[in-house]
Design a protein around this ligand. Structure first.
Ligand SMILES: [Zn+2]
Length: 294
């Protein structure tokens, strides 16, 4: 057999070329980003082992980690999503740094390892690596889990930052004058500030008014009031936007930049411990004839 290099050809077998073409592999630069975000530790929160070290003689390097795909690189692989573009599949967002053991585990045919679970691992790891750098605390298996109060404060801070994002958009009302509302079964008219005080004890607050009467302004003012008073965590969900992005409601909220440090696990933990009284302003336009039955 002639030497491929000597004859000017390339020493790559056809089989390898075909395989590489069918798989949306990470580039070395992307792998490096994924590894560095996890600070070289396994992203499974129950593991978090360090994945690289010097060899015993100090001349080399031991690596027991790898950049695993959250959604598989090729059809037939675990969690493959055919709606993703190849660039998305190859992006750092679709990668998670894991030790060899857990990389093999999530590669197995085991429905326990869902896309949501791996994204949650990655989000927790990124958040902890950021926290570790910012507050100079050790990162690794022994990293202290945040207390429920810390989680609640983190969620409130994220909701406040999210509100600030809305404030910069066209959706935010131009007026800063607090509106006054007439509420069924309440004699006095209420300001939006008073409603913000009371809203966490209400099951639902349904605003009924013709277009242009200030429903949107009211909801934003109530959300802002709740944030300032600190009696709840206002989460603004324009249902029209959410209905078109195809995500679960919570996933859609947690994708917003302000919630970068908050995982679904955190969110549920806070809610479970009663540290969260979410206000879910329902930006739904009802006409009086289509009001939901109460
Ligand atoms: Zn691991």
């Amino acid at each position: 057999m002639p030497d491929a290099a000597a004859s000017g050809g390339r020493k790559i077998s056809t089989g390898c070329v075909l395989m590489a073409k069918n798989r949306d592999e990470f580039t070395p630069a992307t792998k490096r980003i994924i590894e560095r975000q996890a600070r070289g530790h396994c992203s499974n929160p129950a593991c978090r082992r360090l994945t690289h070290a010097a060899t015993s003689d100090g001349h080399g390097e031991i690596n027991i980690g790898e950049a695993a795909h959250i959604c598989a690189a090729a059809p037939g692989g675990p969690r493959y999503d055919d709606s993703m573009a190849p660039e998305e599949r190859r992006s750092p967002e679709n990668g998670i740094w894991l030790c060899d053991v857990h990389a093999r585990a999530v590669d197995a045919k085991d429905s326990k390892f869902t896309v949501e679970m791996l994204r949650d691992w990655k989000k927790q790891t990124n958040r902890d690596s950021w926290h570790s750098i910012m507050h100079n605390v050790p990162f690794g298996p022994g990293m202290q889990a945040p207390t429920p109060d810390e989680l609640r404060d983190r969620l409130r801070a994220a909701a406040t930052a999210d509100l600030a994002v809305f404030r910069r958009t066209e959706k935010w009302p131009g007026t800063t004058v607090a509106l006054t509302l007439k509420v069924d079964h309440v004699d006095e008219a209420l300001s939006t500030r008073a409603l913000a005080n009371a809203v966490t004890t209400l099951d639902d607050l349904i605003l009924v008014a013709p277009p242009g009467m200030g429903k949107t302004t009211t909801l934003f003012q109530v959300a802002e009031g709740v944030s300032e008073i600190g009696n709840g965590t206002p989460l603004i969900v324009p249902l029209g936007d959410w209905a078109t992005d195809g995500d679960a409601l919570l996933t859609s909220i947690l994708k917003r930049p302000a919630f970068t440090g908050v995982s679904e696990t955190d969110f549920r933990a806070v809610a479970r411990r009663g540290k969260l009284q979410p206000v879910w302003p329902r930006f739904q336009e009802f006409s009086s004839s289509t009001l939901p039955a109460r």
